[in-house]
Design a protein around this ligand. Structure first.
Ligand code: PGA
Length: 226
């Protein structure tokens, strides 16, 4: 079971340090050994320590360094030992990252042996037109679905920060994605205390935004998947 926390633009280095300490202490218990936990804080909050969870970047520019104002390169992630990156989150796509650019990022990360949590997902209009599968098929054409360090994350845009997709829709999409890749597949979009138990039985894990921000809540969520 993979449980990933995406802090987005929340938590400072100070508050994350407290969070990380508490989560780390919890994950060191023996009965948590089968759960793989990822936490993606802001870049400025990365900590230079070993944890029982993986620190993960919310984004990367597809280069080591260079004249890319406002971006973060692989050199900067390596300094903190970061080996996992989220790509294609819809909040990045909204800012202008298209499939072609994401493919470049994917290829760069793959060439450098990074683990990639690659987000895909349709909007509500697409869902209503019953075109979800066509839309997702197009999105996954750009990436290597056989890459051994790929984790695919299905995040229907309409569910993020609102309410989770219907169970039968998640099941349908998981069956489709499972037919395309042998890599783990997560669901993301308003995962919370009420739905995590059921949702986590449908996929290989979950990607959690707002419900992960409070460390006690996040620990409860992890416990619910057991
Ligand atoms: P949410 O965010 O859990 O707050 O809906 C999920 C995500 O954007 O990854």
């Amino acid at each position: 079971m993979i449980i990933a926390a995406n802090f987005k633009c929340n938590h400072t280095r100070k508050s994350y340090a407290q969070y990380a300490q508490k989560l780390n202490a919890f994950l060191r218990f023996e009965n948590n050994k089968n759960i793989k936990v990822y936490v993606a804080p802001s870049f400025s909050a990365f900590l230079d320590s070993e944890f029982a969870f993986k620190q993960c970047a919310q984004n990367i520019y597809p280069d080591f360094k260079g004249a890319f104002t406002g971006e973060i390169g692989l050199n900067h992630l390596q300094e903190f030992g970061i080996k996992s990156v989220i790509l294609g989150h819809c909040e990045r796509r909204t800012l202008g990252e298209n499939d072609e650019f994401l493919a470049k990022k994917f290829d760069f990360c793959k060439a450098n042996d990074l683990e990639i949590i690659y987000c895909i997902g349709e909007d509500f209009a697409t869902y209503e037109k019953n075109k979800s599968i066509e839309f997702l098929s197009e999105q996954i054409k750009y990436i290597d679905l056989t890459y051994s360090k790929l984790i695919l994350a299905y995040e229907p845009i309409y569910s993020i920060g609102k309410s989770a997709a219907k169970i039968e829709d998640i099941q349908k999409i998981m069956a489709f994605l499972k037919s395309k890749t042998k890599q783990p597949i997560l669901y993301g979009g308003s995962v919370n205390m009420d739905n995590i138990k059921q949702i986590s039985t449908l996929c290989d894990g979950v990607l959690i935004g707002s419900a992960s921000l409070d460390v006690d809540n996040f620990i409860h969520l992890i416990n619910k998947t057991k």
